[in-house]
Design a protein around this ligand. Structure first.
Ligand code: SF4
Length: 482
């Protein structure tokens, strides 16, 4: 999972992209990059990338170099090779005059890498690199304009299997974006007007980034659609290869900022409704509790809704140390467990003897939940019911979220009773798939990790997974997803 933004048509482009990336920091904390192009001084690219948080990568001095009227930016979420600067984005093909950043996962990466290697493309480090080389191969020697670019993107869409939202920059200051034919990863569009001047357009992973910068929302880039922003107020949109509307349900449940909106449903509203639906379920199950405790931060809205519907006190009794990274994106189980122990502190005197209804956004491997339950038990809880806003995650994700192979998922082939036993709680209560669909209010969704039914062909998924695990185990390997 990564964050993307592109802006064209203003001298503020690089700074806007920087501020946008600050608002997309939650989508990737391993590194960040900004690419600009300065058309007035001989069409020159400027690129700066670095590991760590956005505010640590860029300083005031950065913007003396990052000149130009167009810029794209990227925040990286890595599952391996976190500190490898070669994998930071945007990637740039200087000779071609095109750079891009990508969010998603190419399932047939290994097959396409082999094909491109056979065509002399050279080493390919990641699926973002692969997308750039694939695009380059289809642009060949043609002049790059909206027509030739869309034709090349269409051919790429015919080859690529998986999820991908892309934002790119051309040397002449045009910014383009496209979204995979199933719309799995998000990409939104915004416009800013200023009197008689030509409008300025921007693309980003989430509406919160564009709203912060003062852009009026123009909705989402549709599945399989490409957008070309010429930097002079012109915009061209074309659907090139649509298959379905299958946005990732996890954007609403966990990943996106609560201020964002996708498909007409705000993340806040979806999370609140998830809580309301769960509360009805808890009533049906006749679950008794004294207090509702959210696991910070993502589950807070659902926990408020549950408390409100059940007439129970809502109490923030797990206090987060905000300076510790999200455990979900750390490498290796031990560091994940250790990080969790360091980042949450329970208020024991408020927990002691109480029947606690602990609300979390989801339960993936169970490591986080296990540690949280341990903390609450040690604080003297009388009874612990663990409530998950998300239905049981029992299948892998092939589209860019680091859900491991099925065997590592706590809900895989386990009943709720068995999961409760493994986590050390009195009971565990999950959202239902129907409840999730009702809360997100979308005509359709990707629910592959819940149901095992994926929006794309996953015929090569076993090969993909085997290669991925092999590569992860290989010490020198650089394979990255975004
Ligand atoms: S499989 Fe799950 S996490 Fe992956 S894209 Fe689909 S809904 Fe999202």
């Amino acid at each position: 999972m990564c964050g993307l933004i592109g802006v064209t048509g203003t001298v503020e482009s690089a700074y806007e992209v920087y501020l946008g990336l600050m608002n997309l920091q939650h989508r990737g904390q391993d590194g960040a990059g900004i690419l600009t192009t300065e058309t007035r001084r001989g069409k020159e690219f400027h690129l700066q990338k670095g590991t760590g948080l956005v505010e640590n990568v860029f300083s005031e001095r950065s913007f003396k170099n990052l000149q130009g009227n167009a810029a794209i930016g990227h925040t990286r979420y890595a599952t391996i090779s976190r500190n490898d600067p070669n994998l930071l984005q945007p990637f740039l093909d200087y000779g071609l005059g095109l750079g891009l950043g990508h969010n998603g996962q190419v399932v047939n990466f290994y097959e396409l890498r082999e094909r491109l290697a056979g065509e002399g493309a050279g080493a390919i480090e990641s699926d973002s690199d692969l997308m750039l080389k694939l695009l380059a191969s289809y642009l060949a020697d043609s002049e790059i304009n909206a027509g030739s670019l869309f034709a090349a993107i269409k051919r790429c869409m015919g080859d690529l299997v998986g999820s991908y939202s892309v934002v790119g920059l051309l040397r002449d200051g045009a910014v383009f974006g496209f979204r995979d034919p199933n719309g799995i990863r998000p990409l939104v569009l915004g416009r800013k007007t200023n009197g008689d001047r030509a409008p300025v357009y921007a693309l980003a992973s989430e509406t919160v980034a564009l709203g912060f910068l003062g852009y009026d929302p123009m909705g989402e880039v549709a599945p399989g659609e490409a957008v070309f922003l010429d930097g002079k107020g012109g915009i061209i949109r074309e659907t090139l290869h649509a298959e379905s509307y299958s946005p990732c349900m996890f954007e609403w449940v966990y990943f996106a900022r609560v201020e964002s909106e996708f498909g007409g449903t705000s993340v806040y509203r979806a999370r609140f409704k998830l809580g309301q639906i769960l509360a009805e379920h808890l009533k049906d199950l006749k679950v008794q509790a004294d207090v509702v405790i959210p696991v910070p931060e993502t589950s807070r809205v659902s926990a408020v809704a549950i408390a409100e519907c059940l007439g129970l006190p809502f109490r923030e009794l797990l206090i987060k140390n905000r300076y510790v990274q999200r455990t979900f994106i750390l490498e290796g189980q031990e560091s994940r467990q250790e990080a969790l122990r360091r980042k949450l502190y329970p208020i024991a005197e408020e927990i002691e003897g109480k029947r606690c209804l602990v609300v979390d956004d989801s339960i993936v491997r169970g490591n986080t939940a296990f540690q949280i339950v341990k903390l609450i038990r040690q604080a003297g809880a009388g009874e612990v019911t663990l409530v998950s806003s998300c239905p049981p995650i029992c299948s892998p994700c092939y589209y860019g979220i680091d859900f491991p192979s099925a065997g590592e998922l706590i809900a895989h082939n386990r009943s709720e009773k068995e999961i409760a036993g493994a986590l050390g709680v009195d009971r565990v209560v999950f959202q239902t798939v129907e409840g999730l669909k009702a809360a997100l209010e979308q005509p359709s969704l990707c629910t592959g990790c819940l149901t095992g039914q994926y929006p794309t062909d996953t015929g090569g998924a076993q090969v993909f997974e085997a290669n991925r695990l092999r590569d992860r185990a290989s010490p020198g390997h650089k394979r990255s997803r975004c």
